[in-house]
Design a protein around this ligand. Sequence first.
Ligand code: DGJ
Length: 518
Amino acid sequence: MNRGEEKFMNNKPHFKKVNGISTLIVNNKPFLSLSGELHNSSASSKEYMESNVWENVNKTNVNTVVAPVYWELVEKEEGIYDFSSLDYLINQARENNKKIILIWFGLWKNGLSTYIPKWMKKNQTDYPFVKNEKGESLYTVTPLSSKAIEKDSLAFTELMKYLNKEDAEDQTVIMVQVENEVGILGSDFDYGNENIKLLDNEVPEEVSKYLDKTGTWEERFNEEAKEYFMAYHYAKAINYIVKNGKAHYDIPFFVNVWLEKYPSRPGDYPTGGPTAKMGPFWKAIAPDIDAIAPDIYVPNFNEVCEQYLSFQDVLLVPETRQDLETISNLLYGLIKYNINCFSPFGIEDFFKEESEKDERTLATLAIDSDAFDYTNTGELLSDAYKILSQMSDYIIEYRGTDKIHPFIKEKESDRGELVELENCEVKVNFNKFRDNEVKSSGFIIETDENEFYVVGININVELLSPYGSDKKIGLLDFEEGEFIDNKWVRNRVLNGDERYHITINNEIKVFRIEYHSY
Ligand code: DGJ
């Protein structure tokens, strides 16, 4: 057992505070999940996974694959459960030395119910679809259908029992995402069954507790009453499903989010889903869910991280962009926002010759097409993942302390940052924005009084004496190298001509620097 491991012993995957940071623990030690999510349909075929997925996935150096398990395959016949599709997924992941974050494609996926079993699709008497204002059915089972929720919950509970039996020891599956980007698309409310009249009812007890006030939905939420009402029903439903599953296998459960992008109206984004505005309300109604995780395809990555950390202390990014933005978001966000799981979407794509964007699908999903341009991203992502995973003990050890300093160039006018260390100031100069290059970004870890590591891209570093000091700073060691299994292994010692510039161009590198003053 390694030093410090005993404090995490005998547990299933869970979150635990390390230096005050909620940190994912797997196999009894902190685990930084450097992931990639598969395309929706890949995991439905064992053969497809073998021939089209693993080889590409392995090139990206992910340590985790975010992959779905499909209700339509698990319960083809009502009440008969078949986990063979999960079985090969787990076995293949183990063979490829990967962890899995499982997505339960159950009642809802991107605001629709396309993954429910056939027998449920054909029975809209028991499992009614949402209706829009004109009374037309949308392809979404209403979250007010307790019968549908019960069926989802029974299948999900079987899934958790299965994981407990088959995986508790290995812990290949480290977290479960329950449903996918829930909410109603194409209507701001479920107008079926005269639900609109329910807005004149008193809010349920959990809601009045949350508000610390009683009153009807209309009185309490005014023009937002419909959205809060739908959010209440989605959050209640998913909490019920999670709670029942958790009773059989208690690992972290989260929901992901189709973000509300401005300017848009409820129904343009899935209304009732855990958007940033609805986050605190969702947390109150669904206390058994460990995290609300934003899918971040928008350009304002940092702002979204801040929004989601304003009402919870765990940040997971289960889906994100494929383009070069993803590299700087990763290097910065992992430290600045203590992200526990970072996962570009369509991870099996990254080493394909050319981007095969499906513009029509992206438009339907309201995703900016630039976000799906992985040209030039693959090599950099795999380098970044290699470096970060090989030094993950350092990242975990220093996150939450004042010894780790992330930096990023957010706009053209940002020239750089001054990072104050114990005995010197490091001036991190940012490169100009250039096409097909990653934004200047990275971080410094101060590991000793006069020693630090800098990890980054498109930067130049200068060492200055502390402000006001009459001493100068000299280099003792300037080494390029890499971490292997959390140990520094140096390559060249940079001196002579090389010592004039501590520069990293459009590649990700790590330097170790030791200095003194004279
Ligand atoms: C968000 C969804 O959650 C994913 O399943 C996928 O549809 C991506 N969008 C884009 O393809």
